[in-house]
Ligand binder design. Structure first.
Ligand code: NDP
Ligand code: 2IT
Length: 447
């Protein structure tokens, strides 16, 4: 570990005690920043990365609401406004019991680099609440969203901070959040993305993250003369991102062999396709959060309780559930099974040890901040359409998304290619993402 990273991490640990996910994200990026600092000491003198890891603002608030039995419940809401050097704060809202300051700071930091890589004018933020939507009724979800917005509305706006969805926040929640914002502000603006099509949403936004991940994987495979067609792909999660990934993989002739939930994973050797993708969406929207019933509904599939898909032989692995869901042991079994590519659909699903092992074995490895940037990119396109008061066609949005993912791949390739020919996509994404934000911060002075 370079001295710069050692010293920085000692102070990050001291100043942010217990924030383990945040430490992990900083450590991964710091190793790449050390290389930039060596070449361009002016960034180090201006303490650009040291400033980037300190949020510009953190808002933390009470979210009280009443459940269907009349009992008062209290959750904790957050918005981390991380960096506004290149545009308004932009990033999703996560409703999940694991949400805390550490997880949101790691996500907001990743978002800084991701949004920069899209080349759209998007700053970075992340927010959410430690609310568990599991088993909650539609009315409870609505009351929770309204209470959350009763505080958040003061800090956001179409030119200030534009939230979107993430785990536990999809089209339904964005609708309730938007309705409450509009009521409080008496304004119809593009303050959120992921909106319904009739009220300012963009075609392809729901599919965008997953489609983008698959476009990125396709670009990586091309560098080794490979293609997606005919490949066996292990996917984890069964939410929004996993859905988009499954749709696009099927369209391009690859076979999705697994899906997973907090209860375990299913293996479907016939491939998760057609109506079976509808089963997955139904299971996710039922609010029960279990994947096991997929195997009851489809006789060719088997359920493995409490296990993760990475033990299955596959050509490509696409983790789409949550952070740290693929560890060094999982990486070892993927390597042993001759997997050629791991493309992160979720944010930081692979532990640092896993990433190092995959790179050492020279697999194609893409970090989420590059591979899953299609979601926020189409959010950026939704903001442009809102500002112009017009809607682009499905084809137009999809072709812009594809171009953006190809450009992100080209940036990662440029900054990540080593003399040996191996492409370190982690360094590529970190350096490519860093430079644009760093230059803007240099221009804007010490603020
Ligand atoms: P969803 O809420 O739609 O789906 C997340 C899914 O993963 C849920 O089914 C969830 O179940 C499941 N899950 C959670 N923990 C585990 C686990 N330990 N093992 C297996 N499955 C699990 O969220 P998204 O699909 O939107 O988000 C998935 C990931 O993609 C996140 O990391 C998110 O940050 C990232 N992402 C999302 C984008 C978007 O546009 N939506 C954009 C870019 C990245 P449960 O709720 O029970 O935990
Ligand atoms: O992690 C992410 O990039 C998202 N959840 C999407 C953010 C957005 O603003 O669309």
């Amino acid at each position: 570990m370079p001295d710069y990273v050692k010293e920085l991490m000692a102070s990050v640990r001291q100043n942010n005690p217990g924030e383990v996910e945040f430490h992990q994200a900083v450590e991964e990026i710091a190793a790449s920043v050390a290389l930039v600092y060596e070449q361009y000491p002016e960034y180090q003198a201006a303490k650009i990365f040291e400033r980037m890891i300190e949020p510009e603002r953190v808002i933390m608030f009470r979210v009280p609401w009443m459940d269907d039995q009349g009992e008062i419940r209290i959750n904790r809401g957050f918005r981390v406004e991380m960096n506004s050097a290149i545009g308004p704060y932009k990033g999703g809202l996560r409703f999940h019991p694991s949400v805390n300051l550490s997880s949101l700071k790691f996500l907001a930091l990743e978002q800084t680099f991701k949004n920069s890589l899209t080349h759209l004018p998007l700053g970075a933020g992340k927010g959410g609440a430690d609310f568990n939507p599991k088993g909650r009724s539609d009315h409870e979800i609505m009351r929770f969203c309204q209470s959350f917005m009763n505080e958040l509305y003061r800090y956001i706006g179409p030119n200030t901070d534009v939230p979107a969805g993430d785990i536990g926040v999809g089209g339904r929640e964005i609708g309730y959040l938007f309705g409450q914002y509009k009521k409080l502000k008496n304004e119809f603006t593009g303050v959120l993305t992921g909106k319904g099509l009739e009220w300012g949403g963009s075609l392809i936004r729901p599919e965008a993250t997953g489609f983008g991940v698959v476009y990125f994987a396709g670009e990586m495979l091309k560098t080794r003369g490979e293609q997606l067609k005919g490949k066996r792909v292990a996917v984890s999660g069964f939410g929004n991102v996993a859905w988009g990934v499954a749709l696009k993989l099927n369209e391009l002739g690859a076979k999705v062999i697994t899906l997973s939930g907090p209860d375990g994973y299913i293996l479907d050797e016939d491939g998760v396709s057609g109506d079976k993708i509808t089963t997955m969406v139904r299971l996710r929207s039922s609010n029960n959060d279990v994947i096991a019933p997929y195997a009851e509904a489809h006789s060719g599939a088997r359920f493995f309780a409490g296990k993760r898909p990475w033990e299955q032989p596959c050509d490509i692995a696409i983790p789409c559930a949550i952070q740290n869901e693929l560890n060094a042991d999982d990486a070892a079994s993927l390597i042993e099974n001759k997997c050629i590519c791991v493309c992160e659909g979720a944010n930081m699903p692979c532990t640092l040890d896993a990433v190092h092992a995959l790179q050492k074995a020279e697999l194609l490895f893409a970090p989420g901040k590059a591979a899953n940037a299609g979601g926020v990119a189409v959010s950026g396109l939704e903001m442009s359409q809102n500002a112009m008061k017009m809607n682009w066609s499905r084809e137009e949005v999809d072709s812009r998304l594809k171009e953006i993912m190809q450009a992100i791949h080209a940036t990662c390739f440029k900054y990540g290619k080593q003399d040996s020919g191996f492409v370190d996509y982690v360094n590529g994404a970190n350096i490519g993402g860093f430079l644009k934000v760093a230059n803007a911060m240099m221009d804007q002075g010490v603020v």
